[in-house]
Ligand binder design. Structure first.
Ligand code: NAP
Length: 259
């Protein structure tokens, strides 16, 4: 009598890092991914209590989750973020490079250089550093498990955001180019790379730029006549991360109510 084949081991859950997971689109995405069975690292810069609330919500859905403080514009913090993920949850298989800010509203000529630098540091350099680290740990050629990366861009990348924050739009256009190029670099390495480009979404980002009323003020520009909600962005990110998007890489998926 032949020996029966070994029972298949249970598939391990995806381990996904979400930067800027404490609020807004990142928090909604983390909870959505928890519902789909992802173990999670919820990255944040200053909102520890908010990040811990997201972790609690994820754990209540039956997954493992930890909150890790990391400034995405700091390479040492980014390394520590991925090290904490590997130590506490196992090999990382997914990244949502979501952390971002607009910081200030106005014409470029009136925008202080330090604001321009901060916006480019967080929205572009921060994404570059995070996807670089993800490529190092996820690439199959380098001994990683493979996986998927989703960057969070913006409709600003193609609209330009005149009189608001053209430097932010430029940073997001950089994210689109980075996404396309890295997708090609990693296409035969088991890692897919895509972007989601939201339009106008109801989060604290507008108040963070000093204009809590911006959402209402610019809603008229949105063809659907209303802002989006974070819960309407999260499923697009989750789909791009997941197996149903297995042949999708290098795409920028606009989720912007027609904007
Ligand atoms: P949000 O509610 O203001 O949340 C921003 C998140 O990013 C927070 O978790 C914040 O952490 C984190 N963050 C900011 N700077 C960071 C840094 N240096 N290092 C690490 N984390 C940092 O903003 P949101 O609207 O959800 O934005 C999420 C992404 O969507 C951003 O990339 C944004 O550009 C993009 N987006 C937003 C809209 C919109 O209308 N809301 C439209 C298009 C694109 P703390 O809580 O710790 O500060």
């Amino acid at each position: 009598m032949s020996t029966p084949p070994p029972a298949p081991s249970a598939p391990s859950r995806p381990v996904t890092v979400v930067t800027g997971g404490s609020r807004g689109i990142g928090a909604a995405t983390a909870v959505h991914l928890a519902r789909q069975g992802h173990d999670l690292v919820v990255g944040y810069r200053s909102g520890r209590l908010e990040a811990e609330a997201v972790v609690t919500a994820a754990r209540d859905l039956g997954v493992r989750a930890v909150a890790v403080r990391a400034d995405v514009a700091d390479p040492d913090d980014v390394d520590a973020l991925f090290a904490a993920a590997a130590e506490q949850l196992g090999p990382v298989t997914g990244l949502v490079a979501n952390a971002g800010l607009t910081a200030h509203l106005g014409d470029l000529a009136d925008t202080p250089v330090e604001v321009v630098r901060q916006v480019i540091d967080v929205n572009l350099l921060g994404v570059v550093l995070c996807v670089r680290r993800a490529a190092q740990v996820m690439s199959r050629r380098r001994g990683g498990p493979g996986g998927a990366i989703v960057t969070v861009s913006s409709s600003a990348a193609t609209l330009g955001s005149a009189h608001e924050y053209v430097h932010y739009a430029a940073a997001k256009a950089g994210v689109d180019a980075l996404t396309m190029g890295l997708a090609k670099e990693l296409a035969d390495d088991g890692v897919r790379v895509n972007a989601v480009a939201p339009g106008l979404v109801r989060t604290d980002i507008h108040a963070g730029a000093g204009d809590a009323g911006r959402l209402e003020r610019v809603t008229a520009r949105v063809p659907m006549g209303r802002p989006g909600e974070p819960d309407e962005i999260a499923p697009a990110i989750a789909w791009l991360l997941g197996p149903e998007a297995g042949y999708v890489s290098g795409a920028v998926l606009r989720v912007a109510g027609g904007l």
